[in-house]
Ligand binder design. Sequence first.
Ligand code: NDP
Length: 330
Amino acid sequence: MVYQPDENRYQRMAFRRCGQNGLKLPAISLGLWHNFGDTTQVENSRALLQRAFDLGITHFDLANNYGPPPGSAERNFGRLLQEDFLPWRDELIISTKAGYTMWEGPYGDWGSRKYLIASLDQSLKRMGLEYVDIFYHHRPDPETPLQETMKALDHIVRQGKALYVGLSNYPADRAREAIDILNDLGTPCLIHQPKYSMFERWVEDELLEMLQEKGVGSIAFSPLAGGQLTDRYLNGIPADSRAASGSRFLNPDQLTAGKLETVRQLNTLAEKRGQKLSQMALAWILRNDNVTSVLIGASKTTQIEDAVGMLANRHFTDQECADIDNILNS
Ligand code: NDP
């Protein structure tokens, strides 16, 4: 059956301006790092994208290496885009990235002009797109001059292969330098994509303030710490969970008794607020106006519904914020 999106899709979602730019992003965006590779049934991936778009999630985030195997998430997304979403291309913000190892030899990694331009061409082919909305440099390269990497991003925008560019995983000082270079080149940086959750708060030290000062947006990746900041692991490790999947990014050893005790206390606080822990964890990130969007992952459509349900209760009292800090610091 031909997919028809929900007519009310824009009534539930909140859209937030990306820094001082014209673009607005949904408060919740969907990442395709997991559950879109060749090891996932394509019908599950299709259901996730459709449910997300029906609920007003207009932003899908990819990278050249998402899979497994690397490249397959873009290829599978391209197929679903052709089959279901092509009439709505102009309602979507599609991002991809290059910066991690993608192919063998010296030109398939890091931040050279050679790598970034070739990688984006490959990504566009895999997705069947003429342009992406946002192209990111995925991680800072300690060896390539920043000027070269930023000039490559500027070139890509001027070629029309990306509408905007962004940085990911850049520490504050390097990001500031990159943003200044991009401004000088006439291609302002749209957004920074850092890891940010209750368990990883490094962005609060300096990065978010600097981005606000420069008018650059931000999108927090892994806001649920890969599922740890949910009720998923409160009664053991479910067979269909990320921690049980053999992922090197979330393994059972990380779910220590101390970590689970913290999660239990946060869960109790969320219940008092009348929401799930996953919802409180997302709302807590968005309490900060400097954060444009939370970039979630999902293996089930119900998880996307949970995330969007959070929008009904985003306010925190000072006492609740203090309680969360106390739990996280204990
Ligand atoms: P999250 O922290 O949101 O973790 C998502 C996982 O949490 C889901 O796959 C699911 O795991 C579990 N989960 C989600 N909702 C619920 C719920 N309501 N109840 C219980 N469990 C839930 O994000 P990810 O780590 O997946 O990262 C999100 C995106 O961020 C990526 O897809 C990618 O786009 C981006 N990213 C960017 C990086 C970068 O370097 N720029 C690096 C990493 C990610 P389960 O499988 O157990 O169901």
